[in-house]
Design a protein around this ligand. Sequence first.
Ligand SMILES: [Zn+2]
Length: 449
Amino acid sequence: MKITPFGAAREVTGSCYLLQTDKSNILVDCGIFQGGQFAQAKNFNDFGFNPHDIDAVILTHAHIDHSGRIPQLIKRGFMGPIYCTEPTKDLCRLLWYDAEEIMEEDFKRHNAPKLYSRDDVKVSVRRLKQVDDKTSFCFQDLQIRFHNAGHILGSAFVEITEEGGKTVTFSGDLGNDDTPILKQKDVLNKTDALFIESTYGDRVHEKDAERWQILKKAVTQTINRGGVLLIPAFAIERSQELLYELNNLAEKDRIADVDMFMDSPLAANVTDVFRKYPEYYSVKAYKQLTGGDKLFDFPGLKVTRTRNQSMKINDSRWPKVIIAGAGMMNGGRIQHHLIRYLGDPKCTVLIIGFQAHGTLGRRLYSGQKRVKVLDEYVNVKADIVSIGGFSAHADQKMLVNWIRKAKKRPGHVYCTHGEEHASAALATRIKEKLHISTDVPRPRQTINI
Ligand SMILES: [Zn+2]
């Protein structure tokens, strides 16, 4: 069996592995590159293989850096099925149509080229084939099994065994141990080779209690100052986790009647998908739900779907809380709010997710005092606060522990899906702590298993 990463090797985004045996050519994920302008351009390049030659795509989860180039793969000739879990199927439908809409707007405004059309999305959605997590299925000479990865709703790590041959496991993205809504990730089975994500391969998150404290402090301090709290959120998982935590905060600590806005039609639609799959929730969240708590709903919360409703947020009284996308602040409604509030010392921007190089979010996270938002320069006077523990990704300790607790230690570990220093740090740690040989593959490096 041969494996070649075509993205997310020594970088975080663009996840795409080609797995080849004598009888099969399959892809594990096919995501877009995110970040600066350079990353955008990379999405128009050749895949590095011929889409006609690919028999199937195995999709670990819906995030766009894992799924976002699938409609383009289809546009360029891929004819096969895309296997994923049921929630991933629902979420991909929302994310792909949303991405296409954004591309269409950019095309109309700046004549920017589109990666794919609405028709390509339509075909892609039809090709999504849902598989049960836990039950394995055969595809040509491969036995494939999905396991819960605890990262976002429907996320999976995938075990693939060649007939009479070796087993390789792709972690996809692995969830934080303290995810408030989802079930914890499953235990890793015996595998000859493990390809593991390393987004936070060099970092350890704050504890759950600290995360809670930082969130509470950011909310109460900003409210007491009479300011505006901006929370740029990724539409999937982080937005729902925030609603869940704010719901608890509103009920336990009675945040004085402050308006909170969920200013993202996509996040609102994704929240509807969450409501559909309570069987994926943790015991705690499930109990709360069956006890009558609505989880994602509380007094003071307003969901703004239309542009008009979004613009009216400006007129509402201070203090207020606004949750809006995009999570890395390089697009979406959050930019309009940033222009308005970033220059005000009473306001706070709360960063709750990974910020890739080249994004506005990364510039704010690294403390830049003057940034360009849309076409305007803004002096940053608002407080910039970040909570790593809210990340949907496991940190270094959790990644190492996940391997430590495996039914049998993997034969070899390849660290991918991380900036080079993060992947290298995780590789070293695994070697030192678990005595497993490790590598940090280069993009397009073919590995024989
Ligand atoms: Zn992800």
